[in-house]
Design a protein around this ligand. Structure first.
Ligand code: HEC
Length: 136
């Protein structure tokens, strides 16, 4: 009887902790990670370090904070400009992913802004939606 009680409370504790670890924040972060691996990692690399002089890094990038409002448009429509990331110049063209939804973009931005040591805060869906309305 006692062992039954023990396993019952263990099962209860386990389901409670599963419920917490599967919370909303974790799932959206995981989706951001999945989208990153599908659409971005082939250029920016799994660990966000970029590729030599061609592809700028996302890990430790000062561009992310300085261009917070432009990032939603860059992810959807790409970037073809001369830019500086951590003092280095980049001028290759980045293709956008037009099929990304507002939610996808929010999750992706939260992933890249809070991975690899980045601590750039959180994007809200409304903020991303408003930024996308202003894309040129
Ligand atoms: C084909 C390669 C390629 C792919 C795929 C790609 N990028 Fe880029 N990315 C680049 C290049 C090249 C630049 C620099 C563009 C320029 O100079 O105008 C860049 C610039 C950036 C920047 C701004 C500079 C920085 O390093 O902070 C961000 C943010 C970014 N990319 C995020 C992403 C995300 C997120 C994805 C996936 C949705 C993605 N990129 C997919 C090549 C790529």
């Amino acid at each position: 009887m006692n062992s039954f009680k023990t396993s019952l409370s263990l099962a209860l504790a386990l389901s409670v902790s599963l419920w917490f670890s599967g919370g909303c924040g974790q799932n959206t972060f995981r989706e951001g990670e999945r989208l990153y691996k599908t659409h971005c990692a082939n250029c920016h690399m799994d660990d966000g370090i970029g590729l030599s002089a061609l592809i700028p890094p996302l890990a430790g990038s000062d561009y992310l904070n300085k261009h917070r409002e432009q990032l939603p448009c860059i992810l959807r429509y790409g970037l073809s400009d001369t830019i500086f990331v951590n003092g280095k110049m980049y001028a290759e063209k980045m293709p956008g992913v037009p099929t990304l939804s507002e939610i996808h973009i929010t999750n992706l931005l939260n992933f890249i802004n809070n991975s690899w040591g980045n601590r750039n805060g959180v994007y809200r869906l409304e903020e991303v939606r408003a930024a996308l309305e202003k894309c040129q």
